[in-house]
Design a protein around this ligand. Sequence first.
Ligand code: UD1
Length: 314
Amino acid sequence: MNRYLVTGGAGFIGSMVVRLLLERTDRVVVVDDFSSGKEENLREVASGVDLRAADIRHFDRIEGHFRGITHVFHLAAIPSVPRSITEPVPSHESNIDGTFNVLRACDQARTRRVVYAASSSAYGDTEVLPKTESMTPDPLSPYALQKLVGEYYMRLFTTCFGVETVSLRFFNVYGPRQDPTSQYSGVLSVFMSSLLDRRAPTIFGDGEQSRDFTYVEDVAGLCLKAAEAQGVAGRMYNAGNGGRYTLNEIWRELCRMEGVSIQPKYGPPRAGDVRHSQADTAAAKRDLGHSPRFTIEQGLKQTLDWYRQSLKPA
Ligand code: UD1
């Protein structure tokens, strides 16, 4: 019988992976240190979740939780480009040391498959779009480098230790439960809360930078497919939608959906930022059966509806 563990399972993306897993099993182990994850992200599925508070930076505190686990989804991380510049030490420790610890624990527990949340930031600024897996990486921030090191460790644990791993380079995931309140929050969560408060968001740079915004349920669905696919151990795939939208376009679209007109403020560009990002999804479709279901309009609408409900004063 398969037994699943999700690191970072109380987080924005991890809690969606847990929800999808609970459609096929009645118990999922979650290892989370609650640095950004929250118990309330798992509220209505709590009865199926075996929640273990533990920090992946400490091998001795996590290894026991992996015993008997067949499939691990490693999503625990400090997932911010700017935070890796302002606070490089915790970022390095979680994203590199923590990933190494998770892999050691998986090796020790004879885990069958590890699916890893890698990052499209590893590409840096490529001359050609969309970005394909064969391009040479060019990390522009500590975070991008750390996530790339994690990928290399995944591959090594397959080739040297026989742990099957699959790395998925996430492309700007958005959707319900993304926390808009931190200075490091993902841009769409910030846009949503600004819009609902009728406040102007601050766009860093000219707003013409673009991203392949990918709905959280599509990414979580791909994680589950990567856990089952045959003949892919040690490989890395893009986990994007294939589209590309500038921040200015998305803000205009959100204002249109809400029937308002609010001019954003513009600030200086952010250090470590990639200019454009767009996934080539062909390999993930071919080898993993990737089939994103949500158009940007559908994803934005569902997300906006969720924020409208969840940000409502009690
Ligand atoms: C995001 C993810 C990262 C993931 C990567 C994959 C978050 C927080 N980070 O990085 O984990 O690995 O995608 O591609 O989800 N911006 C503003 N105003 C704001 C916030 C951001 O203009 O208030 C701009 C940024 O300068 C950047 C763009 O929006 O140009 C996206 O920023 P952000 O949402 O932080 O994501 P990435 O840095 O692309």
